[in-house]
Design a protein around this ligand. Structure first.
Ligand SMILES: *Cc1c(COP(=O)(O)O)cnc(C)c1O
Length: 236
């Protein structure tokens, strides 16, 4: 078994264990493989093991990979999620090439993404990024501003509001991880009351996926545990 195959199997087992431990169906948690900084060869190995959803943080690197796989494996339906900070001047590339964007945190970027999403393809699936740890994180909208942003996104024709995403401040204590994720799940429950199409709560990474699943995550974003440490400098 190659390392990525073994790692994927371990992560899937960890997801199943965390889900069953709290009475959830393991299939209710989607595994997103975060492939930022990793070569296409690593992604190919993951695809060979059945992985279909991939997350990328850097617009140009992500678009290069999307186009590569569209050409190289047109018969394989991959889902590409943009999960990095999004600047206005890069929104068109995201709107034209990705299936999901997890990091919408202001009305202006939502409007641009909708305008730039080609009408011939399905609406862009959108998650609203919430700044759940307050001062510790610079990205994401404050919980108090969520209803207004959700209303804006829900009204845009080429976006599909699917849920919420968070990157809490790093925290090694399980109980404290859980408390933050539970406050995300409360916001998610409120959002679902207003928007029946909302079904995705994106939270949990390599070091906190078990707590995220216990608190209701429906999608964990896992890089290191699948592909190993990111060992070359991240671009900006
Ligand atoms: C890099 C990254 C991940 C994956 O983190 P790991 O700790 O390597 O699993 C998940 N989500 C976002 C937004 C990231 O930037």
């Amino acid at each position: 078994m190659n390392p990525i195959e073994q790692n994927l199997q371990n992560v899937r087992e960890k997801i199943a264990t965390a889900a069953t431990a709290c009475g959830r169906d393991p299939h209710a948690v989607t595994l997103l493989a975060v492939s930022k900084t990793k070569p296409v060869a690593a992604i190919e190995e993951a695809i060979a093991c059945g992985q279909r959803g991939f997350g990328e943080n850097y617009v140009q690197e992500g678009v290069d990979k999307v186009l590569y796989f569209r050409e190289a494996m047109p018969q394989v339906a991959l889902q590409w999620h943009f999960i990095g900070p999004l600047q206005s001047n890069k929104s068109r590339l995201v709107a034209e090439n990705f299936d999901w964007c997890h990091t919408v945190d202001r009305p202006k970027i939502a409007q641009r993404l909708s305008e730039q999403r080609p009408a011939a393809i399905a609406p862009l699936n959108v998650l609203l990024q919430v700044n759940i740890s307050g001062e510790a994180s610079k990205s994401g909208i404050a919980p108090a501003d969520l209803p207004a942003l959700a209303a804006t996104v829900a009204a845009l024709p080429h976006l599909m509001l699917r849920g919420l995403m968070a990157i809490p401040a790093p925290e090694s204590d399980y109980a404290r991880q859980l408390a933050v994720f539970q406050s995300m799940n409360d916001l998610f429950a409120q959002l679902k009351l207003h928007y029946p199409q909302v079904d995705t709560l994106s939270m949990g990474m390599t070091d906190d996926m078990s707590a995220a699943i216990a608190a209701g995550s429906t999608l964990v974003r896992i890089g290191t545990a699948i592909f190993g440490a990111r060992d070359y400098p991240q671009h900006v």
